[in-house]
Design a protein around this ligand. Structure first.
Ligand SMILES: Nc1nc2c(c(=O)[nH]1)N[C@H]1C(S)=C(S)[C@@H](COP(=O)(O)O)O[C@H]1N2
Ligand SMILES: [Mo]
Length: 317
């Protein structure tokens, strides 16, 4: 059997992260535009050279680490799903530069005692940032290992004080067709929305990510703030969030509205439940040659299986 190198991971991507960053001039934004307290390495020399790193300082190693080899930065930042910028994997890296991530407001409302609007800096500042190295498994059959920078979603929800009726959380991506060319098409219903059960949202594995590999998120990965739910298929991890709403009833989600027989509300990674059009038993880790077996709950079963005790996961896909 001939084993082909995956065509979508080019050897040119195997370059040093710093070189890549400089080449793509991701670091053009001057330091000080993000909460200064959480950023380090913003020397004036770097700013002058157009290389101002927006690296996060004081980040501690978070729990749930993995020994899996991390996917190279260049792959994480160039092979994306972000339909607001097109449906080709290379579209987000090419077009997401038009997304304006400052100023950025996040609203928390619905079934909470303390609804509020936050500017992104105020939203992030109270939280201790952690590096969480998580596997991400896309429903399409590929996976990556990503060193996110973020903090538990539970901290944000507790602060908003869920009301007695709160049972689910709905997340909404920015709607800005002038910045997001995909939203000028009808490929999906806009804005992109996702949802979790409240206990899933409160689970210690569930984070809001603001960076990866120590730097602020590249736009194509969901800047300035995206959800990461590592035991669920990648589409649950909604990008560029502007609203977090607690609800009494299960919210609709973009992919389940688009194709209800293919994408459910739960979307837990499950090698035993096939997508109607393809098997979910194996996956291709980007950068590797051979496919690997997909693990139940993406390998996080010890942490999350109890959330689904007694549920039929074939029905609740
Ligand atoms: N707003 C929004 N969020 C999104 C998507 C999208 O199209 N729009 N794609 C999802 C899918 S299908 C996946 S696999 C992950 C990909 O995240 P990554 O590009 O950072 O690897 O983002 C998810 N979040
Ligand atoms: Mo995905």
């Amino acid at each position: 059997m001939l084993i082909k190198r995956p065509p979508d991971v080019r050897s040119s991507e195997i370059t040093d992260q710093a070189v890549y960053l400089r080449r793509r001039e991701f670091m053009q934004v001057a330091c000080g535009t993000v909460a200064g307290a959480i950023l380090a390495g913003c020397g004036e020399d770097q700013v002058a050279a157009g290389q101002a790193s927006r690296r996060f300082g004081g980040v501690r190693a978070g729990p749930f680490g993995t020994d899996d080899t991390k996917t190279p930065y260049q792959t994480i930042a160039s092979y994306n799903n972000f339909y607001e910028f097109g449906s080709d994997k290379s579209d987000p890296a090419r077009y997401a530069g038009t997304l304006k991530t400052r100023p950025w407001t996040i609203r928390i409302d619905g079934e909470v005692e303390k609804p509020a609007n936050y500017g992104i800096e105020d939203f992030i500042a109270p939280h201790t940032l952690e590096e969480r190295v998580y596997r991400l498994r896309c429903v399409e059959g590929w996976s990556m290992v990503i060193p996110w920078i973020g903090f538990p979603l539970s901290e944000v929800i507790k602060q908003a004080q869920p009301g007695a009726g709160a049972a689910f959380v709905e997340f909404t991506t920015l709607f800005a067709p002038e910045q997001m060319p995909g939203q000028r098409t009808r490929i999906l219903e806009w804005p992109y929305v996702e949802g979790l059960r409240l206990d899933e949202a409160m689970h210690p594995l569930t984070i809001l990510a603001v960076g990866l590999y120590g730097d602020v998120l590249p736009n194509q990965d969901g800047a300035p703030l995206r959800l990461v739910v590592p035991w669920k298929y990648g589409f649950k991890s909604i990008k560029s969030i502007v609203r977090i709403r607690l609800t009494a009833h299960q919210p609709g989600t973009t992919w389940s509205k688009m194709a209800p027989s293919e994408y459910g509300f739960y979307s837990n990674v499950n090698p035993a439940v096939d997508h109607p059009r393809w098997s979910q038993a194996t996956e291709r880790r980007l950068g590797e040659f051979l496919r690997r077996k997909t693990l139940m709950f993406n390998g996080y079963g010890d942490q999350v299986a109890s959330l689904y005790a007694g549920m039929d996961l074939k029905r609740n896909y």
